[in-house]
Design a protein around this ligand. Structure first.
Ligand SMILES: CC(C)(COP(=O)(O)OP(=O)(O)OC[C@H]1O[C@@H](n2cnc3c(N)ncnc32)[C@H](O)[C@@H]1OP(=O)(O)O)[C@@H](O)C(=O)NCCC(=O)NCCS
Length: 147
């Protein structure tokens, strides 16, 4: 498994993240790249010799953070990278006095839901028909984790 590293805005162009974001599922890498230029947005990755295996993006306001996106390269899924990325990111956020993390996830995203539940996230609410999908629309679930 690769190393946990912080990603800075000016490094993004060299990191070859396109492979992770070649699916037609928002957010786009362009949008994330613009966000990372803001001082309130932070990103970490698992970086190996072969390239970036996974990346997570957070927006931070006062003592709360929100997961904007997390994505693991399809070739490395289910090998613990998503979990490592989040636990290590949370450790960094804790050191910056962040006390809660929020997120929003599609109700059909069983992989992400299982990951978040494993890490102690609790369900907060549901936004009906919030996301557009190939099959129509689906609910968004909001979750939070406090420490
Ligand atoms: C969600 C995602 C980040 C998970 O990353 P990952 O590296 O494959 O997850 P991990 O290997 O660290 O899994 C950790 C735990 O999460 C759960 N989990 C992960 N993928 C799962 C799956 N496909 N089915 C069931 N549980 C799953 C399991 O509890 C797993 O622990 P275990 O392997 O000991 O059973 C990855 O599937 C992904 O990139 N999906 C596409 C992007 C996305 O939907 N992001 C979420 C946006 S809200």
């Amino acid at each position: 498994m690769g190393k946990f590293v912080a990603i800075r805005s000016e490094q993004l162009a060299n990191l070859l993240l396109n492979g992770l974001y070649d699916v037609d599922q928002p957010p786009s890498l362009d949008a994330l790249t613009r966000l990372l230029a803001k001082p309130t947005v932070r990103a970490w990755a698992i970086s190996a010799r072969q390239g970036i295996q996974g990346v997570a993006w957070f927006s931070v306001v006062q003592d709360e953070a929100e997961i904007i996106d997390i994505r693991v390269d399809k070739r490395y899924r289910r090998t613990g990278i998503g979990q490592l990325l989040l636990t290590q990111s949370f450790e960094k956020l804790r050191l910056s006095d962040i006390r809660s993390v929020f997120l929003e996830v599609g109700s059909s995203n069983t992989a992400a839901l299982a990951l978040y539940e494993k890490l102690g996230f609790a369900m907060m609410g549901r936004r009906e028909d919030y996301y557009k999908t190939a099959a129509g629309r689906e609910d968004a679930l909001t979750m939070r984790c406090d420490w």
